[in-house]
Write a protein that binds this ligand. Structure first.
Ligand code: 5AD
Ligand code: SF4
Length: 496
């Protein structure tokens, strides 16, 4: 079983393209904190079915916080552990190796991790043999202090040092040469992998980020951008297609700046990569996340419009609707440039679904700045949005800025923003009622097992009456909607 936390104040959309089969959103009162909790117990069952399985086998359990990139890193962490002969446990209590793949994008995941580590410490006091490993972005950001703060931690590794995890665990996992901790030089894309989903897969196309967004800790923890070679990416898609995968999400911290750092002979751009991926037989849907508006050039828009498998769905982080705040954030685009990009995208891809990320309460954000964000949200009418209360991260430029916005002001603005986003998303989904949508079936609905669940090309979750099998593409007549999901009936049944 895996636990995935994606921390946003609110997630106004069906799901994020992580473990979409198993996502539940729980709203927690006024805090409006949405936890996306994903659980999957399948893998342990598969272990048991494997020849040579023995109950004496050492078991691991990975708890993942953060974004899809982290969820994907966890697939590699699991693959590494399995290649060492360690099987997956169905619950942390049954595991001998507890791995936490952490996030530090805002303060909330840090706080949650502390609670989890408290439990791990108690367990370790009872069973000193248990190995506690802390990986990911928090581990990297806190590399200087992590062993002092959490002395029971045996292994700590940053996102760039997953390849070394095997050496540390194999050595008993009790000593970590700190010099090896968290380096960025290794591209983890070729490590063994334990895929969480059967018909959908993530494919990492780059690591790191060269942007300098003033609020963001990512460049500090994930290093400079490094693109994976196009041949390798396409080969991975081909292998996934042979394995029955239908949908691929290309992942990069700044996915659409991919290719610029490649060697002169193979230097290319993201639009070309989309075309190369589109040509892979068997892959029916291609998605990508997250692009930066500043790098959304015409060849990428043309590729989205022209490639049959590239879905009509773009997650386009806005962050703020105020040019003044965007400048302070070092986003390098203005409100007008963002809006004109939306226009270009929508005219090239008529049925496009747009998602976004918005930060509320960046230092210096005035009521007028915030109103400008509301205006953009109203004008664009996003299909989905992740909204975040600004959280100062030590070492980032914005954390040292004057005019930090008081918490109560941030909260009040957040509520207004969420109401508006929800209204827009509800209207966009209501527009789908009466249409036929192609739905990639993921399995039974979580809330009603008599229904099937899947996602449209526009990335909206649909619960529907039907007979299609998981992994199939079903035509579904849409009959109802909310701000986050659609309801429908398989077209063949409607006809009958
Ligand atoms: N505070 C709040 N939100 C943040 N994000 C990134 N850093 C911060 C921060 N310090 C948000 C951005 C980004 C998303 C993944 O997280 O909106 O796009
Ligand atoms: Fe969290 Fe950012 Fe790291 Fe993803 S890249 S896990 S969002 S800190």
């Amino acid at each position: 079983m895996t636990v995935l936390y994606l921390e946003a104040e609110t997630a106004i959309e069906g799901d994020r393209p992580m473990d979409v089969r198993d996502v539940r959103v729980r709203r927690q009162g006024m805090d409006r904190h949405a936890t996306i909790l994903s659980e999957s117990g399948d893998a342990a069952t598969e272990d048991e079915a494997r020849p040579g399985y023995a109950s004496a086998m050492r078991r691991y359990y990975v708890t993942t916080f953060g974004c899809q990139m982290n969820a994907h890193d966890s697939e590699r962490i699991k693959g590494m552990l399995e290649s060492l002969g360690i099987g997956e446990a169905a619950a942390p209590e049954e595991a001998d190796v507890l791995v936490f793949n952490t996030c530090t994008i805002r303060e909330k995941p840090d706080t949650r991790l502390a609670a989890y580590l408290g439990d791990a410490a108690a367990r370790k006091r009872r069973e000193p043999d248990v190995v506690v490993a802390v990986g990911g972005c928090y581990a990297e950001a806190q590399r200087e202090v992590i062993f002092e703060r959490y002395p029971f931690v045996d292994v700590a590794f940053g996102p760039g040092s997953i390849p070394h995890l095997g050496e540390w665990i194999e050595a008993g996992g009790h000593a970590v040469p700190r010099g090896r901790f968290g380096t960025h030089e290794t591209f983890a894309a070729t490590l063994p992998m334990h895929r969480e989903r059967r018909f959908s897969a993530w494919v990492q196309v780059s690591m790191g980020c060269n942007s300098k967004c003033a609020y963001c800790i990512v460049p500090a923890v994930r290093g400079r951008e490094q693109s994976r070679r196009p041949g390798e990416i396409v080969a991975e898609l081909e292998a996934l297609a042979r394995d029955g995968v239908k949908e691929v999400t290309l992942l990069g911290q700044n996915v659409n700046s991919w290719g610029r750092d490649l060697a002169p002979g193979i230097r290319t751009e993201f639009g070309e990569l989309l075309r190369g991926c589109d040509a892979v037989e068997g892959i029916e849907r291609i998605r990508f996340t997250s692009p930066h508006p500043k790098d959304f050039r015409d060849p990428v828009i043309a590729a989205i419009a022209e490639c049959a498998t590239v879905c009509e769905h773009v997650h386009l982080p806005l962050q703020s609707g105020s040019t003044r705040i965007l400048k302070a954030m070092r986003r390098t685009y203005s409100r007008e440039r963002y809006l004109s990009l939306v226009e270009r995208l929508r005219s090239a891809v008529p049925d496009l679904a747009l998602g976004t990320d918005i930060i509320v309460g960046f230092p210096g954000e005035t009521e007028r700045d915030f109103e400008q964000t509301l205006e953009v949200v109203e004008e664009v009418e996003f299909d989905s949005a992740f909204t975040f209360v600004y959280s100062p991260r030590a070492g980032t430029e914005a954390a040292a800025m004057p005019d930090q916005v008081p918490e109560d002001v941030k909260r009040e603005r957040m509520e207004r923003l969420v109401a508006l986003v929800q209204r827009g998303a509800a209207a966009r989904n209501a527009d789908r009622v009466g249409r036929l949508e192609d739905v990639l079936v993921e399995g039974p609905s979580r809330t009603d097992p008599t229904l099937l669940r899947g996602r449209t090309r526009r990335n909206t979750t649909v619960n529907f009456t039907g007979t299609a099998a998981a992994g199939e593409l079903a035509r579904v007549k849409i009959e109802g909607s909310t701000s986050t999901t659609l309801r429908g009936r398989e077209a063949s049944l409607v006809a009958a």
